[in-house]
Design a protein around this ligand. Sequence first.
Ligand code: SAM
Length: 452
Amino acid sequence: MPEIKLNDELEVNIEKLSNLGLGIAKVDGFVIFVENACPQDVLKIKITKVTKNYAKAKILEVMSPSKHRTSPFCPMQKVCGACQLQYINYNYQLELKREVVQDAIRKIGHLDIEIPNPVPSPLIKAFRHKIQYPVCQTKVSKRLLAGYYKPHTHDIVNIKYCPIQPEICDKIVDFIREKAPEYRISGYDEKKHAGDLKHIVIRNSAATGENLVVLVVNSKQNSTNYKNLAQSIYENFAEVSGVCLNYNTKKTNVIMSENTECICGKPVIEEKILGKTFYIGTNTFFQVNPKSAENIFRYVKDYIAANFENPVVLDAYAGISAFGICVSDVCDKVVSVEENTDSCRLAEDSLELNNINNLEIHNEDAAKFFAKEKRKFDAVILDPPRKGCSVESLDEAVRLCNNTIIYVSCNPATLARDLKYLTEKGCRVQSIQPFDMFCHSFHIENVAIIQG
Ligand SMILES: C[S@@+](CC[C@H](N)C(=O)[O-])C[C@H]1O[C@@H](n2cnc3c(N)ncnc32)[C@H](O)[C@@H]1O
């Protein structure tokens, strides 16, 4: 290991991007992660952390910028943690994400599969349809602040304008910031676990422009003040289809509790994907970028249509049965499995709305459902959370599938781990296609087609 110490100043070349979006430089083979760096930059850096295996550094000076650098379109990019890669031009972001997936598949998955370019997001601004802003208030003037956290802190960046979300969200948040004090509603103090308004959550429909607003409050019940604020939001914005209160008195990182009350309007918005209408609730999972999600649903639907005749398909980790409903037209039968009860209820409502009769929904843990299921499926869709699938679920998915597993993943590392396990069990990975769902962040979605 070279002699690298805290506060050392060095000149380095950035070779590539890490899976967490940090630039990687090497000094005699020793890895240094550099924040806000772009491959092909030549930088003067200062070491901020040293461990046995790696160091971390910040940029002191960009001595020669990479040709892929660009000016971030958001003035808050440096202080807000949401768009880590906005200073890199979009096409190169895609190439870097492709390399991250390729690395994970080779190094963790031990698979020699060439990863193609990611399918770009149809929109790279105003693409984000769920926002969750923490709220606090200033000590002296008692002004409310709402926005994302500064990277590595719980300091709130007061965001007035966020170009990656629809403009209406800025207007609604601004209105709440102004009006809440008039209704004697304070911002939350995380350290003291005191104050009223903890989070503002907005679900926006890309198709209809409707907005569902949730005020997460540090209280067990509704008060006149909360109710009046909710009413005032509803009355002032024709685009707001409902305002809910979520009562969350716990000192926790979990944003919403199970306890939500709809104060005005309806507790859902309607989203449209591939000609189908979906109900999305306050806390039910739906992909943050509906236009990019539509590309993924189309890809999976086209694959099933091209490879099977009247198939029976299992849609596991189904959420509001987004895959199930999208592929139902090209299937004889679809079976969706999801553990979240609200998602299952909304999925049932969406079935009725879309007049779909060949989809059955099971509100259950996926592994438990798999273990007792006797039917065989032509294709099994797995779309688990970031942590991936358990070994038991993968074993059962192989047992239940006649032919193909379609694994949809938002985490290349756990996808690669699970693909390694499946190939060791005799499956063959036919293809992996990345889709950019989370522009300007290091996140990337993938669809792997596996022959079981
Ligand atoms: C990444 S989301 C995918 C949702 C859906 N496929 C979509 O595209 O909208 C993962 C879903 O898995 C559900 N989930 C997590 N663990 C589960 C489990 N053990 N059994 C069943 N569902 C689970 C979550 O509630 C969430 O809805």
